[in-house]
Design a protein around this ligand. Structure first.
Ligand code: ATP
Ligand code: MG
Length: 363
């Protein structure tokens, strides 16, 4: 997969921008607050509808009414055009090859992996950050997984509403039967896919981590299933557990275990990273994880996704920077990297350089 052309209009501080990235490494240089992150954010938004913005309309340039991102890309050798328009006045519009599509249909189309210094919170932040990381990754490879996840999450919400009603004597306990059966059915789908994916990710990430740490460290990832200890008969066990915890769940008005509460644990040389990792180890681990995400998507979809590296060069020492750039060019991974300084890149770095100033781009 690769991106051939990007057009942005009234996107953050970018009035209008049009460029054709190279199929390999692209480096965006510029001082602080010039619009480097805004470019990557636009592409990531077109990929996953995710951004730094609290409200989507924050993406529209101050004083304007609509923001537009249009991206031409090749997937499995076929050319596509994705257009996303955000407006103060209207609902967001997404067009793929000139046909309107729904947000849920977007996932898995323009695949990308985004890596910024904020990803260091991956380890120390709340479990939902780690679940989102895992879900975004699996969903890009498997739109069916994404659909099942949406169904599962809706079922949990609906079950929780019912639990509260039962607690308040506004509904009968027997009404739970139907929900529990459905929930167990989808839980099994989600959990078995997550377990298989973490298995794969675990060996990819460990391999990568050993390389980056010059074989000094191992990295392992464990999926932490609340309440369930084996992978056999997941649907049945899930259902049994729902029954066993029913009384407690009614009292709390919430479903006390399941895919919506599970977590990932990371270990370096057998010790939990969150508790014992040094800054450098956290950085290396997150880099290993992101690179293994690339490999995961390649092995699941047959193509590398687009890699967006926001300001991560300053976080790595010179040796790791070189290892990273070498790996990306050897594997021919299309990458967009932002940095404030040319000096982060060795003189022999191959790739296309762009310069950003006040939302404008020069090559
Ligand atoms: P840094 O090196 O500090 O990370 P950057 O080049 O990545 O800088 P961006 O995060 O892309 O900078 O932001 C560039 C500018 O965009 C900021 O000055 C910000 O105020 C401006 N900006 C953000 N949202 C909007 C908006 N909706 N309209 C206009 N300008 C905006
Ligand atoms: Mg930035």
């Amino acid at each position: 997969m690769h991106v051939a052309e990007i057009f942005l209009k009234d996107w953050r501080n970018i009035e209008e921008m049009n460029f054709r990235p190279d199929a390999s490494t692209n480096i965006f240089l510029g001082q602080n607050a010039q619009g480097k992150t805004n470019i990557l954010e636009a592409i990531n938004f077109a990929s996953l509808l995710k951004s730094r913005a609290g409200k989507e309309t924050e993406l529209i340039r101050f004083g304007e009414s609509t923001a537009l991102a249009r991206i031409k890309f090749f997937k499995a050798g076929i050319s596509h055009e994705l257009a996303i328009e955000i407006s103060h006045a209207r609902r967001r519009r997404i067009l793929l090859d000139a046909n309107p599509i729904r947000p849920r249909e977007l996932i898995g189309k323009l695949n990308s992996v985004f890596f910024s210094p904020e990803d260091l919170f991956m380890f120390k932040g709340s479990p939902s950050i780690r679940r989102k990381f895992l879900d975004a990754q699996i969903s890009q490879a498997s739109p069916i997984y994404f659909m099942n996840l949406l169904r599962y999450n809706r079922l949990v919400e609906q079950r929780n509403i019912l639990l509260k009603k039962i607690r308040d004597k506004a509904a009968r306990e027997t009404e739970l039967e139907l929900w529990d059966e459905q929930l167990a059915f989808y839980a099994e789908k989600i959990l078995s896919k997550r377990l298989a994916s973490v298995d794969k990710l675990n060996s990819l990430a460990n391999c990568m981590h050993q390389k980056i740490s010059a074989r000094k460290e191992t990295l392992s990832i464990v999926y932490n299933m609340r309440g369930l200890d084996s992978q056999e008969n997941l649907a049945e066990k899930f259902w049994e557990l729902l029954r066993a915890r029913r009384f407690k769940d009614i009292q709390n008005g919430a479903t006390s275990f399941g895919a919506h509460l599970d977590d990932l644990k990371f270990f370096i040389n057998g010790r939990e990273l969150k508790l014992f990792g040094s800054q450098g180890q956290l950085r290396t681990a997150v880099l290993s994880l992101k690179l293994s995400e690339l490999q995961f998507l390649k092995s699941e979809t047959g193509e590398y996704p687009l890699l967006l590296l926001d300001d991560v060069m300053s976080e790595l020492d010179a040796e790791r920077r070189e290892l990273l750039l070498e790996f990306l060019s050897r594997e021919k991974i299309q990458t967009l990297i932002t940095a404030t300084d040319r000096a982060y890149f060795p003189p022999q770095t191959s790739g296309k350089f762009f310069f950003i100033g006040a939302g404008r781009l020069t090559e």
